[in-house]
Design a protein around this ligand. Sequence first.
Ligand code: 13P
Length: 338
Amino acid sequence: MSIQMLSETIDLMSKNGQGILAADESTGTIGKRLSSIDLENSFENRRLYRNLLANTQGLGKYINGIILFEETLDQKDNKNVSIVEILRSQEIVIGIKVDKGIKEMPNFPNENITEGLDGLTNRIINYKEKGARFAKWRNVMVISKDTPSETVVHSNSEMLARYAVICQNQGIVPIIEPEILMNGSHSLQRCAEVTEIVLKELFHYLQKHKVKLEYTILKPNMVLPGQNCDDQSSTAEIAETTFEILKRSVPYSIPSICFLSGGQTPTEATERLNAINQFSDNKPWVLSFSYGRALQEPVISSWIGKEANVTKAQEALLHRAKMNSLASLGEYRIELES
Ligand code: 13P
């Protein structure tokens, strides 16, 4: 039963030309987004914003899954229809962030471990009853002279593996997100080395814990130079290096790799995804997107909390979703932005 569910969900979520909208900001993180447009981080403002996203007509053409934060599973639109129902009517599969965020790892200053395994089975059962079919867990690692440390890479990888097993046992597809931040001044090459180590370690633990890779979605960072690195690398270099590291580290049984945007501008995230997809005709996985900021930034800045701007904000979301859909096929061109 759970295998059939996993298989159906993966089929729905591994279609060429579609990606995932990450709208799972925790209450603290969405607060930062709302304060950027001078809006209070209230339950009502969060509801209005997520209602705007869900009610974007045509979104299901480009987006096959959405990651929600817990509270959105219970929210309704202005006509009292549940946001989950609205999304499902567009054939968008419902996902849920299940990790409880990052904490500093004891004995490892400036490094993080993700929490949330305690009670996870029961939470997942509950989310499933509310419509969730996939889940997300995010690790956060930082590149510096001596980080990420071996211990933190091991611990975070094993946590992801244990989370993935719990999900799959309940018929929920796990998205595994071992994010390496772009903060810092490291080179493209250093990010490549760290990404390779992290991905190899991760797949080692996923296999040790008997995670079914064919029912798992990987959500990695692209291989990028640190944002303060003097050499910012060309789109072609980024695409080539990212593809090379993935080929070396990710088993071909993974059906779909959906990148996070991680602080890239919306057009950078699109251009680079496009270049990665153009890089090779021989791709073992669907290479697509699971963007948060790169899809939502133009939406928030168009909306600025005003009812009169809702349509304009929805158009901005549809546009970015379409651009990234084209990029996932390698068919994006910068001229299409206007
Ligand atoms: P960004 O695309 O903004 O990095 O967010 C993706 C995400 O889901 C982070 O967990």
